[in-house]
Design a binder for this molecule. Structure first.
Ligand SMILES: [Fe+2]
Length: 296
C-alpha cells in the first residue's frame, strides 16, 4: 500500500448568491446537516466521521472557494507546506492553527491553475452514523483544467497522488484506496466541474435521487455506472448552478492496479455508461459543468 501524504479529500467550500436557499437545498433535499456557523460560513456534515464536508459562504455568485484535504501527519503537513510553495503555489494562509470549528492545523495555498487548496491535520472527527439514502462523505471533486497534464503532474509530484486512469478527457487521481479523489477534466477554462458525494450503496443513490427529483431538481445525467472507477452516478444542478453528484460503489484499488489510457477507455456508439441506460446528459448540466469558477 502506498504511503500517501494526503490521506483523504475532506470538504469543499462554495460561495452562493442565496445562502438561505443553498442551506435549504443541502439540508432538506441533499441530506446534509448544519453542524456549525462561524466566520460568516455555514458548515454542513454528512453522516460519516468528517466534522463537515461542505462550507457555504454568501457571495455575489456561486464559486469554488477551496478544496480541503486531510494530511496523515504533522510532519507531512509541514513538508507539503514547503513543497507547494516551492512548486509555484501562492501561500494564502501560513501553517498554523485552523480558525474553523473543525480545528486542527492547516495551511492554504492557491495552485498555479487557480484553485485554492487547504491541507489539514488533526481536525475534529465525529462518530460516524451512516443513514440510508443520505451522503456519508465526499467521494471526489472534478476540476476543469486547460492543462490537465500540468495539473495532473502537480498532484502527483507535489501532493503525492497517483494516476489511476486517463481517458481522452479526464485524469483520475487517488490518495487512498478509492479509485479517485480528484478528477481533472479537459476544458477551455479552469474551474469547478462537479462535486461528488458518496452514498452508502446503490439503493441510496436511487432513493436519494428520487428525493431530489421530488423536490423539483431533475437528474442532469444518470442514473448510470461510470467507466473509470466503476461507480454508480446521478448528476444534478443545484439551485445556485453547482453540479453535484450522488455516487456509490467506487472501485477500490491498490498498487497493483493497472492504469489504463485513452485508447482503452472508449464506449460503443451511443453509450456513456456501463449499463447503457443513462439518457444523454442535459444541456443545463453540460453548461453548469463549465460555469463555476474559482473564487479570486
Ligand atoms: Fe463524478
Amino acid at each position: 500500500m502506498s504511503d500517501f501524504p494526503v490521506t483523504s479529500l475532506r470538504s469543499v467550500e462554495l460561495s452562493t448568491p442565496d445562502i438561505a436557499g443553498s442551506v435549504d437545498f443541502y439540508t432538506r433535499v441533499w441530506g446534509l446537516d448544519v453542524v456549525a456557523e462561524a466566520g460568516g460560513k455555514v458548515f454542513l456534515a454528512a453522516t460519516g466521521d468528517d466534522f463537515h464536508v461542505l462550507e457555504l459562504k454568501a457571495g455575489e455568485r456561486s464559486e469554488l472557494r477551496k478544496i480541503s484535504f486531510r494530511v496523515g501527519s504533522s510532519s507531512d503537513l509541514q513538508m507539503l507546506a514547503g513543497r507547494t510553495v516551492a512548486a509555484g503555489c501562492t501561500a494564502l494562509r501560513e501553517l498554523g492553527e485552523a480558525d474553523a470549528p473543525s480545528g486542527g492545523h492547516r495551511f492554504v495555498v492557491r495552485e498555479p491553475q487557480g484553485s485554492v487548496l487547504e491541507f489539514v491535520h488533526g481536525d475534529i472527527r465525529k462518530q460516524a452514523k451512516l443513514v440510508a439514502n443520505r451522503p456519508c462523505r465526499l467521494a471526489h471533486v472534478n476540476v476543469n483544467s486547460n492543462d490537465v497534464e500540468g495539473l495532473s503532474s502537480f498532484y502527483q509530484s507535489v501532493l503525492g497522488f497517483r494516476l489511476t486512469d486517463r481517458s481522452k478527457m479526464m485524469a483520475f487521481l487517488r490518495c487512498n484506496d478509492d479509485h479517485h479523489a480528484v478528477v481533472l477534466a479537459e476544458a477551455a477554462a479552469n474551474g469547478l466541474n462537479h462535486i461528488a458525494f458518496l452514498m452508502p450503496d446503490l439503493e441510496s443513490v436511487m432513493r436519494g435521487s428520487g428525493r431530489v427529483v421530488d423536490a423539483g431538481t431533475p437528474i442532469g445525467w444518470g442514473i448510470g455506472r461510470h467507466g473509470p472507477g466503476d461507480n454508480v452516478f446521478a448528476y444534478f444542478v443545484d439551485p445556485m448552478g453547482v453540479v453535484v453528484e450522488y455516487t456509490a460503489e467506487v472501485l477500490q484499488v491498490d498498487d497493483g492496479y493497472k492504469v489504463k489510457g485513452p485508447s482503452e477507455w472508449t464506449w460503443p456508439p451511443g453509450r456513456t455508461d456501463h449499463w447503457g441506460i443513462a439518457p444523454p446528459k442535459s444541456e443545463a448540466c453540460k453548461k453548469a459543468q463549465l460555469t463555476i469558477g474559482f473564487a479570486k
